[in-house]
Design a protein around this ligand. Structure first.
Ligand SMILES: *[C@@H]1O[C@H](CO)[C@@H](O)[C@H](O)[C@H]1NC(C)=O
Ligand SMILES: *[C@@H]1O[C@H](CO)[C@@H](O)[C@H](O)[C@H]1NC(C)=O
Ligand SMILES: *[C@@H]1O[C@H](CO)[C@@H](O)[C@H](O)[C@H]1NC(C)=O
Length: 488
């Protein structure tokens, strides 16, 4: 391990509390080796017994937290210039205008190959300028009036405020603290907290404040992005490697590249920007399958047109898809899906013994009170096609990112993409295997790729590893200082 890096971590954390640096670094009791992962879906806490041995302290599954993170992530995506209003959002004049722009984007998308770098830059710029033009037409005062009217009628929600976020984070951290005390007798009073990679300084500050509320000390420097926790100081990964991290879940997707090579490190350029991709990510496969089913069945189409809940249909398609694939029961259990799948099969999992089903009826009993829709099935080939499409789109997006990140001075060829030595997939949804294939397609075979739903605690463990390392270094430093003192 590289000592200068460790010292960097140490000094970084001490400097950030400069006023009390003396006390923090020299006298205060060493910090707990605890890491917390503020994921998109779950919040985990982990305790590092050593650099490679972790105890999971607790998991929090908090609905309001999930909703807020989703909103913040959408907000970030929209501001990156690629946004589209969520389907089903209110048809306010502004939402309609945005959706018109998006349709335009989709048309362009279908016609132009996404593999060209210049194209992506061009579309982003043109979407931004279109958006400026369109919004520029409506006077701001009118926009605000319209908005406050709609908010007062409950037609749209007031925008999330930072104090809402702090309040929710406080609840989440309090719950996590209570869980780890009850389950492991560990009083969490200090932690490194991995936050979603798009979190800006303001949002990081809300994390620190929430920590204060519940008695968890989180230093300013101890709020790294989630990607960082996965590879930094990880003994499995060479610190000089160029590491690609892909984030994926039900409603988020993003990529980030880290370059640990000494040249980049010396220049302080080892972190490339985080790029949000397709935010309706994991659900996209279900949307496509639902559309196929609805288009192909007149009876179902009538029901959908009459306004029956589409969300239920999407869930039913997801469950059927996972059942057909014979999804790992451990994963289903983790996400509370097991009983649902058992029900669907009438408690019968016999097909797992070698037999592969080619189609499965879609269970819509509780959706449509008059009983099931006969002959409505999802076939394996339909699913494979939707998954392949998803995989290829994602692979393309990753390639575009790597091309966009490649140094224009180093290459004259526009299609050249950055080399990757190691890839990490952070996922909290069911399609880790597809993401895996997409990453492989994008960066080539032979590059190690780790991460799946089962490795969902990877970030919490990485954060705990950072905390553990800091603690070891503090102890070591004190020891050597004491020895020197004794020698004198
Ligand atoms: C990990 O640490 C715990 C607690 O110190 C210990 O009981 C366990 O045996 C360790 N596991 C391994 C694989 O070393
Ligand atoms: C946890 O630690 C804090 C600070 O040291 C202390 O005030 C609190 O009483 C502790 N809680 C429990 C349950 O031990
Ligand atoms: C950070 O993001 C939040 C939420 O999107 C936003 O309210 C805040 O203004 C941003 N802060 C900065 C400094 O950009």
């Amino acid at each position: 391990m590289n000592l200068s890096q460790l010292l960097l971590v140490l000094s970084w954390w001490c400097v950030s509390t400069a006023a009390v640096a003396e006390e923090t670094c020299d006298n205060a009791p060493p910090n707990d080796p605890i890491g917390i992962d503020l994921g998109h879906r779950f919040v985990f806490a982990s305790y590092a017994n050593s650099i490679n041995n972790f105890t999971l302290l607790g998991v929090v599954n908090h609905k309001e937290y999930q909703r807020q993170i989703e909103e913040l992530s959408m907000d970030h995506f929209q501001r990156s210039g690629l946004g589209k209003p969520r389907s089903g959002s209110r048809s306010t004049p502004l939402a309609l205008l945005t959706s018109v722009m998006w349709s335009l984007f989709e048309v362009i998308d279908a016609r132009v190959s996404i593999r060209s770098n210049a194209y992506v830059i061009w579309t982003q710029d043109s979407i931004r300028s279109m958006s400026d033009t369109v919004y520029g037409i409506i006077p701001v005062s009118l926009q605000q009036k319209a908005k406050s009217f709609l908010v007062s009628r409950g037609l749209i929600k007031q925008k999330l405020s930072l104090s809402d976020v702090t309040e929710t984070l406080t609840e989440v951290l309090a719950e996590l603290k209570a869980t780890s005390l009850a389950a492991h007798g560990v009083n969490v009073t200090w932690a490194v907290v991995g936050v979603p990679d798009f979190f800006n300084d303001t949002l990081r500050e809300t994390v620190i404040q929430a920590g204060q509320q519940v008695g968890i000390t989180i230093l300013e420097g101890a709020v790294p992005p989630r990607s960082f926790c996965t590879h930094y100081l990880n003994p499995a990964i060479d610190q000089d490697d160029r590491v690609l991290v892909v984030h994926q879940g039900e409603t988020h997707c993003g990529v980030q590249l880290y370059d640990g090579s000494p040249q980049r490190r010396r220049k302080g350029q080892s972190v490339y920007p985080y790029l949000p991709l397709d935010p309706w990510s994991g659900d996209r496969i279900q949307y496509r399958l639902v559309k196929e089913l609805v288009d192909g069945d007149a009876q179902l189409k009538t029901l959908v047109v009459q306004g029956l809940d589409n969300g239920f249909l999407i869930q039913a398609v997801l469950k059927t898809r996972l059942t057909l694939k014979g999804y790992d029961p451990a994963v289903e259990l983790l996400l509370g899906l097991e009983p649902l799948l058992e029900d669907q099969l009438g408690g019968n999992r016999d097909f797992e013994d070698g037999e592969t089903l080619d189609e499965l009826p879609l269970n819509l009993d509780s959706w449509w009170t008059h009983g099931n829709i006969p002959d409505l099935v999802l076939t394996r080939s339909q699913i494979m096609a939707a998954e392949k499409n998803y995989m290829e789109t994602l692979a393309n997006n990753i390639q575009v990112y790597l091309q966009a990140m490649s140094d224009p001075h180093e290459t004259r060829k526009a299609t050249k993409q950055e080399r990757v030595d190691y890839a990490i997939i952070l996922t909290d949804y069911f399609d880790g295997e597809l993401v895996h294939r997409a990453v492989q397609e994008a960066i080539g075979h032979g590059v190690p790729i780790v991460g799946s739903l089962k490795d969902i605690t990877m970030v919490a463990e990485g954060a705990a590893r950072l905390a553990w390392t800091r603690r070891e270094n503090l102890l070591l430093m004190r020891e050597s200082r004491k020895t020197r003192h004794d020698e004198l």
